[in-house]
Write a protein that binds this ligand. Sequence first.
Ligand SMILES: Cc1ncc(COP(=O)(O)O)c(C=O)c1O
Length: 402
Amino acid sequence: MDLKKTNDAVTRRLKAISDRVNWAKDRDLYFYNQPITELRGGARVLVNGRDMGMYASYGYLGLLGHPRIGAAAKAAIDKYGTGTHGVRSLAGTLTIHTELEETIAEFKHAEATITYSSGYATNLTVVSTLMGRGDYVLSDKLNHASIVDGCLMSGAEFRRFRHNDMADLEKRLQQVPADRARMVIADAVFSMDGDIIDLPKVVELCQKYKAWLMIDEARSIGVLGATGRGIEEHFGLGDVIDIKMGTLSKTIPSVGGYVAAKKEIISYLRHASRAYIFSAALPPAQTAAANEAFKVILDEPWRMEKLNQNTDQFINGLKEMGFDTMLTETAIVPVLCGSDERAYALTREAQHHDVFVLPVVSPAVPDGLARLRATITAAHETDEIAYAMQVIGKAGKEIGII
Ligand SMILES: Cc1ncc(COP(=O)(O)O)c(C=O)c1O
C-alpha cells in the first residue's frame, strides 16, 4: 500500500508516530530501545560501547546476574530443555512450575498461587476472568496499563477513582448498585510516580462496601516491607488483599506474572483464565530463576537495607538540589522536568555523562509532567549515586529545571 495515497485513520496514526520519531532523531533525542550490549555487575551496563551507571532498571534488589539464580536457570535447562511441552493443563506442567507456585505462596503468606507468562497477561486475564458484564471495577486513575486493559476486556462497568483519593473511592463505591459484584484494583507502588497506595484505608472501604480487593505488586515485591514481602508487610497488615498480583520481571530477574490468593480463587483461575488455558507455560530456565530469586531475597536481607539507604540518599539529595521528586517514597524516583523537551534534554545530558536514565513523556504521563523516571537499586554504591546526582544537578541547572 502506498501510504501517501490514503488519509484514513490508520495512515494518520502511522504518520503521527513517525513524525514524532523523526523529530526526536533529528535532535539526538531518541532514546527508545537503546541496546544494552553487556551487563557489568548489578549497577553498570554497556550501552552503545559505553560503560554507564544504570538508573533505569526495575531490578530493585540488584539480582540480575546473581550467580545462584543463573545456576538455577542453567540446571533447569539441563534437566528440562529450553521449552515446555505445551500449555500447562494439556502437557506443559513441570515440577519446577509447581515448586515456583509453592515458593511464591509461602513468600506471600497465601494459600495458593498461579503463574502466567507475563505480568501484562496476568492482569488482562485475571481481571477479565473474575469480572464480567454487570459487575463494577473501580480502578485508581494511575494504575498500570495492563490493569486498564483487563478492566476494559472484562466488559464490567469501569470506574476510575482519583489517584489515591479515598474520599473519591468511597463516593464511587456508594454508587455501585447493591446487588452488583464490585472489585477495587490498585497498584501497590505506582509505576511512574513511586508513591504507595493507602492500603489500610482501601481495605477498610472494601470491607465496608463488600468489595473484592486486587493489588498489583509488580513494584512492591523486594521494595516494600522489612523482608521485601510487599505492601501488606509494609503496613503491618495480615492477609488483607484478596488477589495479590505480582510480576516475575522486575525485582525477580525473570519473566512472568502471578496471583497469590485463597485456594478457591486460584482453582477458579486455573480452570477458567484464558491466558493459563490457551498459552504455553513459562520456560524452565525462567521458572527456576524466579524460584531461586525469592529464596535469595530472604537469604540476603542486606539487599533490602541497602536499597532503602540508597533510595533515601537519592531522593533526599535531589530534593536538596531543588528537584521536584513528586510524592515518591520508593526506589522509583520521578525527577520532574515539565515539558517533554526538558525531559529529553536532561536525559541527553545525563547519558552523555554515562548516567543511563530515561524520560517518560506524554501521553504516558499528563502534558507538563514529563520527567526522568530514575530508579535506584541495592547494587548502586554510595559514590556512584553521588556522581549521578551531580550530573543530573548540573544538567538540571543548565536546562533551567532547578
Ligand atoms: C504495575 C505494573 N503491573 C504490570 C506490569 C507488567 O508486567 P510485565 O512487564 O511483567 O508484563 C508492569 C510492568 O511494567 C507494572 O509496572
